[in-house]
Ligand binder design. Structure first.
Ligand code: TYM
Length: 329
């Protein structure tokens, strides 16, 4: 049985990008693999959240993960900071990651641009902590969206370096969990770039039908096609991309044809898209509040998850330290 690990940073509610990047195939994943789902709260510290928000954010992501259908009795679901073995492995792996290559990662360069007053070392080694998350369970597969492709590549590099340096075949070189040929990039509603937590362009699983409708109706469009079968500009293609994820195939085909014949009315397209997103998120949204307010259940799930995750993490760390040469007196 293969080991699968899925991670989400605790910086806010989950959006459609998170769902389609990391959760979508949870049923298939958890029943056919040894699955770990975790909440990356250490990763969220790079942006210095307020102490009062830290736990609430973890609680939100935990509740939303569970509402999506993760079964804590089948898969292991846990909070990163409950598994201190991860940070020890992170320290060990830092010796195998080179500053130059970390500085060249797209996510680091983007953060330097976005938060020039807070270019902390945690941002630089963000990818190493991610490698530790994955390698602590020696995962084979990691469901991620397109934005995490480079981090996964870095994990493989570090795993390979470890194996080569110590002449072992210990770490697997983890691959993206196969969601299809291409890794998913769910676009935002603002016409450019990916849907993100802090970009103000997202549709969250917890959004009310009214909010979803209002966000979709406000999505950026253009003045419409002027030639039959013309290539769609990015803003329009983005709406179709989201539609392909949540709507029935016939609906997508219907609007594709309308576009190709220059008969499309964006108002109709958006109305349909909003309806289909609402239909899609409805069962999840209904479960979130119930789970979020059930502290007893959440505490039981987190404890159980931490125990199971620590067992696996301990096993890996012990072996890694032995390989490196640590011995007890
Ligand atoms: P985060 O929290 O930004 O995103 C969590 C997961 O959602 C995916 N995702 C998307 N996929 C498609 N389209 C989008 N617009 C979109 N936005 C987000 C991400 O690719 C990711 O799979 N560093 C990670 C968290 C993490 C992690 C790990 C993930 C820490 N350690 C180990 C996997 C394995 C992050 O910030 O993801």
């Amino acid at each position: 049985m293969e080991t699968v690990l899925s991670g989400i940073r605790s910086t806010g509610n989950l959006h459609l990008g998170n769902y389609f990047g990391a959760i979508k195939n949870f049923t298939e994943m958890q029943y056919n693999n040894n699955c770990y789902f975790f909440i990356a709260d250490y990763h969220s510290l790079t942006t210095h959240p307020k102490p009062d928000d830290l736990h609430i954010n973890v609680k939100k992501v935990l509740s939303e993960y569970l509402a999506c259908g993760i079964n804590p009795d089948v898969a292991t679901i846990y909070v990163q900071s409950d598994v201190p073995e991860v940070t020890e492995l992170y320290l060990l792996l830092n010796m195998l990651a080179y500053v130059g290559e970390l500085e060249r990662t797209t996510s680091f360069k983007e953060k330097v641009r976005k938060q020039p007053d807070n270019v902390n070392a945690g941002l630089l080694t963000y990818a190493v902590l991610m490698a530790a998350d994955i390698l602590i369970h020696n995962a084979h597969k990691v469901p991620v969206g397109k934005d995490q492709e480079q981090h996964l590549e870095m994990t493989r590099k570090i795993a390979r370096r470890f194996n080569n340096l110590y002449e072992v075949n210990f770490f697997n070189e983890p691959e993206a969990y196969n969601f299809g040929k291409q890794l998913v990039k769910v676009p935002g509603l603002d016409g450019t770039g990916k849907m993100g937590k802090s970009e103000g362009n997202g549709i969250f699983l917890f959004d009310s039908p009214k909010e979803i409708k209002s966000k979709v109706m406000k999505a950026v469009t253009d003045t419409g096609p002027t030639e039959k079968n013309q290539t769609k500009p990015e803003v329009i293609e983005n709406l179709f991309t989201i539609m392909r994820l949540v709507s029935e195939e016939e609906i997508v085909t219907f609007f594709e044809e309308k576009y190709n014949n220059c008969e499309i009315r964006y108002g109709d397209l958006k109305k349909q898209l909003a309806e289909d997103i609402i239909k899609f998120t409805d069962p999840i949204r209904k479960k979130i509040t119930d789970i979020y307010t059930n502290n007893e259940y959440l505490s039981k799930v987190a404890k159980q998850g931490a125990e199971k995750a620590r067992e696996s993490a301990n096993r890996t760390l012990k072996e890694v330290k032995k390989i490196i040469g640590f011995r007890t007196f």
